[in-house]
Design a protein around this ligand. Structure first.
Ligand code: NIG
Ligand code: FE
Length: 417
């Protein structure tokens, strides 16, 4: 039996989320379900899928690792398309201040926030960051995440930005979870450049970004476009330079105030605009018309005690919504897929089907990988999650509980409850 050859048979349901691009608007309701179905993976890739009786006639089971999924639900591996999982140092104290009533921006303005995590990350060795990153990936895997996007942005200097990206590169080689790397040098202005934002941007654009692009250390470039951080004009400058260097684009957009980040994402051809708590009607229309994935991060809004993004309005306006955790040490220190799913379905009025597409095929599209992951389609990677219950409807029903029983990556069982 070859590694990466697997048959998952007799599943009560297989949800395929079939497709090779983002699902927009009404199409987000379609999850493509097969009942009493069997899935065949060969050499790590999806080979066949269909009714159990038909499929099992065609293959010799002894050539495969066989999992009997009777009474279980099979889904594509989840894609967490927005995280900041490489950092050192924690900000539990800041969270307690927020519970007491301080805002995220109050804390940032008095010298806390992102620059606090920058100190910890600069001081950490590559080995320390690697060990922390590995533990965090292990935890994501247990939630069914088989591909994750990870950002730099806690270095804000040449060496530490590169260190973060290189740690992710190393982790990608040894860990089952695939990593899509994003350069976020424009996450904040570090203390040594305080009051000299222009100089900091020039340093990033002239010294750091070209090195990142040349050495292919990141696929994406992102920017924190926010009042008091980087303006729309500054964000545009950064993103257009990255685009010129061949990088794909993302934006932290309209998180705390309505600045026009969603509109900018459409203008520069970003793959996604993320957060969007305060995105304008025009921004939402622009994203939908220009094929920008609207990545929503409900656990962050929840932890900031801010209103949730207008998911319903976005989908009804024809947007492609993705869901991600935004796992980070500040605004939302949680990688909980069940919490994210509960908030999206209970408070943001997304249907269960829309939420599933949002964390599979649309998450994949947000990181430019919808042709290889995010759905159970022949020819895609054999990345699969098995739930311990017979229907996908248990996802919101078993509220806030992790019901992922098994995780398969490239046709290999990598996690079992
Ligand atoms: O996506 N908003 C900016 N960046 C992160 C928070 C980073 C931090 O607080 O450390 C976010 O929410
Ligand atoms: Fe973020």
């Amino acid at each position: 039996m070859k590694k990466g050859n697997m048959i998952i048979k007799n599943a009560s349901e297989i949800i395929t989320c079939s497709g090779d691009k983002a699902k927009f608007g009404k199409d987000m309701s379609e999850i493509a379900m097969l009942k009493n179905a069997t899935l065949v993976i060969e050499n790590g890739m999806i080979k066949d899928i269909g009714n159990s009786d038909n499929i099992l006639k065609k293959y010799i089971e002894t050539n495969y690792e066989v999992i009997d999924a009777k009474g279980k639900t099979v889904l594509p591996g989840f894609i967490d398309s927005h995280t900041h999982f490489i950092f050192a140092g924690y900000r539990a104290e800041e969270f307690s201040w927020r519970l007491r009533g301080d805002s995220y921006m109050d804390i940032m303005n008095r010298g806390g926030g992102i620059v606090n995590s920058v100190m910890g990350t600069r001081n950490a060795s590559k080995e320390e960051l690697f060990d922390l990153g590995k533990k965090r990936l292990d935890s994501m895997l247990q939630f069914g995440v088989t591909t994750v996007e990870g950002k730099s942005g806690y270095g804000l200097d040449f060496d530490t930005e590169l260190k973060q990206l290189k740690v992710m590169e190393e982790l990608d080689k040894v860990h089952p979870v695939d990593i899509c790397k994003t350069f976020l040098g424009a996450h904040a202005v570090p203390n040594e450049y305080k009051g000299r934002t222009d100089e900091y941007i020039d340093f990033m654009l002239d010294k750091v970004l070209p090195k990142v692009a040349e050495d292919k250390l990141a696929e994406f470039c992102d920017v924190f476009c926010e009042k008091g951080v980087f303006t729309v004009k500054e964000s545009r400058k950064i993103l257009l330079k990255a685009k010129k260097l061949g990088m794909k684009l993302k934006i932290h957009a309209d998180e705390i105030v309505q600045l026009g980040g969603a509109e900018l994402a459409a203008e520069v051809g970003a793959f996604s605009a993320d957060h969007l708590l305060h995105a304008s009607d025009k921004g939402i229309e622009d994203m939908s018309k220009n094929g920008v994935v609207s990545t929503l991060l409900p656990t962050t809004a929840f932890c900031l005690k801010e209103p949730f993004a207008r998911a319903r309005h976005m989908i009804d306006s024809g947007c492609a919504v993705a869901l991600a955790t935004d796992f980070n040490p500040g605004s939302g220190f949680t990688n909980s897929i069940p919490l994210m799913f509960a908030l999206a379905t209970i408070y943001m009025n997304m249907s269960i089907e829309e939420a599933i597409n949002a964390m599979t095929i649309n998450g994949a599209a947000a990181i430019g990988r919808a042709d290889t992951v995010g759905s159970i389609d022949i020819g895609k990677k054999g990345d699969v999650v098995i739930l311990e219950y017979p229907s996908y409807k248990f996802l919101p029903y078993n509220t806030g509980v992790n019901i992922v029983e098994k995780v398969i990556k490239n046709g290999v069982l990598v996690h079992r409850k």
